[in-house]
Design a protein around this ligand. Structure first.
Ligand code: PNS
Length: 161
């Protein structure tokens, strides 16, 4: 059985994330989408909200589970019994951070491989930050976040924006 972990902040999950998760789920038998619980970082959505939104977004993908982790990603991946981390790659600007992270994770645990799925063209500009910025100023986020989450994300961003 092949198992991959797809980690991230998902604050909130976007259509770009869902594209990567869907494509990973078509390659691996099982995919765990894992939200980093980082108390130090100021997220717009609580961990519980992000977990719930991801569960809604991935409800149609039977081989995808949603979970969260604290501490080092490699420790979590090992505890899951997985050997593969999946990340999405958009523009060249993602590369430096992703390379640093992949190399550090390989140093920490050489048995874990990080694999990248290139973004689909239509989502290459998309990030959680830009969704929050657009929604915070009253912009339309249909097509940017999974449809069942549009109203919820818009309302929260307008309140905080
Ligand atoms: O969605 P993001 O914010 O780009 O995801 C980054 C994430 C959560 C994958 C990364 O910050 C992470 O794995 N953090 C856990 C801490 C860790 O393992 N650090 C060492 C490798 S850099």
């Amino acid at each position: 059985m092949t198992l991959a972990v797809c980690p991230g902040s998902f604050d909130p999950v976007t259509m770009g994330h869902l594209d990567i998760i869907t494509r990973a789920a078509s390659i691996f038998d099982n995919v765990i989408v894992a939200i980093l619980e980082n108390q130090a970082k100021d997220h717009m959505f609580s961990l519980e909200e992000r977990l719930e939104m991801l569960r809604v977004a991935c409800a149609h993908l039977p081989n995808v589970q949603v979970d969260h982790f604290e501490g080092l990603l490699v420790d979590y991946v090992r505890a899951c019994g997985a050997h593969v981390v999946i990340r999405g790659l958009r523009a060249v600007s993602d590369f430096e951070f992703e390379l640093t992270m992949a190399l550090m994770n390989r140093k920490l645990d050489p048995s874990i491989e990080t694999m990248y799925i290139m973004t689909s063209m239509e989502y290459s500009f998309l990030s959680s930050s830009i969704v929050k910025e657009v929604a915070g100023s009253g912009g339309d986020i249909h097509g940017l976040v999974p449809e069942p989450l549009v109203e919820r994300v818009s309302a929260r961003c307008r309140r905080k924006g």
